[in-house]
Design a protein. Structure first.
Length: 151
């Protein structure tokens, strides 16, 4: 890999991680308060918990990006957002979200939903959509910043 490509890939990963962290921190903070049980805790515990969760979400989105890159054999697939690549990214995000929710809600009982949480087959719709939605938005922002001239 050339030096230029390596720099572009490093910048892509850094921007993607940063934007994904920020988007997921906001998403987690707002939906957790209204849709999950036992989130009425002091800010001194709540903020570090949301930070931890948002970091994990950012790492998951980077993994989704890497999985898509491996599947399409293009580490910088963000340059050209072809529908098939975007669909694969979203599909991977849905699969990971289902796995995370099943593990956290039903296997480990780490969290549970409030009645206000809409569900689909017992899985919360908000967390089901979260990784794909925030990841896709972060991919779009990263593309616009790094590769504005690419279609």
């Amino acid at each position: 890999m050339s030096g230029r490509k390596l720099r572009e890939l490093s910048l892509t990963a850094a921007l993607l991680a940063g934007f994904t962290f920020l988007l997921n921190f906001v998403w987690e903070t707002y939906h957790a308060e209204f849709l999950y049980r036992h989130h009425d805790i002091p800010a001194s515990r709540y903020v570090p918990m949301m930070t931890h969760v948002a970091v994990n979400d950012a790492l998951l989105v980077l993994s989704l990006y890497a999985g898509t890159a491996l599947a399409c054999r293009d580490a910088l697939w963000v340059r050209f957002l072809k529908p098939q690549r975007v669909a694969l990214f979203v599909l991977l995000g849905l699969i990971v979200a289902v796995a995370v929710e099943v593990k956290g809600v039903y296997l480990r009982h780490q969290w549970s939903y409030l009645p206000a949480m809409p569900t689909l087959l017992g899985i919360g719709v908000s967390p089901l959509a979260q990784l794909s939605a925030t990841g896709l938005l972060a991919v779009g922002i990263t593309k616009r910043l790094l590769f504005p001239r690419c279609p």
